[in-house]
Design a protein around this ligand. Structure first.
Ligand code: C5P
Length: 236
């Protein structure tokens, strides 16, 4: 069954916790400490460390999986990787919109009919406006580039995109209600920012139009992840 893009009833079901760990054991330990968390994100670090073990263990616990691999390659290679990801039972999988329409369409063709839905990465938030212009030679401003990439993803048939909570209201008005927005850069009131600079609280991000929130260190690096999770659920 496909993911519900508007899980409005229970705010906790909108939270995807990022399993940014170097080993499967560390990741599964946290998963078992937080049985109420239904949706987990597996990124490159953990996937390269021991991806198949982690994905199998998450599925065995009936969890939803956001496989954040940010794929970017020629269409045939990305499409083949997406086909394998459907076999893992991933619910969301990320690919870079800058790989182009042919790459996104080829990827989308491979996941059609499966439970895996593709999300586009528009522009890494680590790329500054200056880098975009001087190094990548992109002549439009960051917000316009992000909007162009997300519109291209929608035209290519993707389900949604990952974006900053500060971009989501504008993108929502451009793309309509059926497009799914997943936002990292979320911090509960008073939490450490880490390396995130432009953040919103969970409540603000949902009010701005996010369907799902990705939260990592405020839970995973907390002294008491269980109470951090509970506090965040209350803040939603
Ligand atoms: O620990 P934190 O809450 O910052 O983690 C957020 C997760 O979302 C991490 O796995 C990170 O890779 C991802 N992410 C992000 N900022 C983006 C895109 C993705 O923090 N712009």
């Amino acid at each position: 069954m496909k993911i519900n893009l508007n899980p409005e009833k229970d705010p906790a079901s909108k939270i995807i916790v990022a399993l940014d760990f170097p080993t499967a054991i560390a990741a599964i330990n946290l998963c078992d400490r937080l049985p109420e968390v239904s949706f987990w994100k597996v990124g490159l670090e953990l996937f390269i460390a021991d991806g198949s073990t982690v994905l199998r263990e998450l599925k065995a616990r009936n969890k939803k999986i956001f496989l954040d691999l940010k794929l970017h390659d020629i269409p045939n290679t990305v499409a083949s990787a997406c086909r394998i990801a459907t076999k893992y039972g991933a619910d969301f999988l990320t690919i870079h919109a800058s790989g182009g329409k042919a790459m996104m369409q080829a990827a989308q063709a491979e996941v059609r009919g499966s439970t895996t839905q593709l999300l586009a990465i528009s522009l890494l938030t680590s790329i500054s406006a200056q880098e975009l212009a001087s190094d990548l030679k992109v002549s439009v401003e960051v917000p316009e580039y992000v909007a162009e990439m997300v519109v291209l993803a929608q035209k290519s048939g993707l389900t949604g995109a990952v974006c900053s909570p500060h971009e989501v209201a504008n993108l929502r008005s451009l793309l309509g209600d059926d497009f799914c927005f997943v936002t990292p850069g979320v911090r509960p009131t008073g939490a450490a920012l880490g390396d995130q600079s432009r953040v919103m609280t969970p409540k603000q991000a949902i009010a701005a139009g996010a369907n799902y929130l990705v939260i990592g260190r405020p839970i995973t690096a907390a002294i008491d992840p269980v109470s951090a999770w509970k506090q965040i659920c209350q803040d939603c």
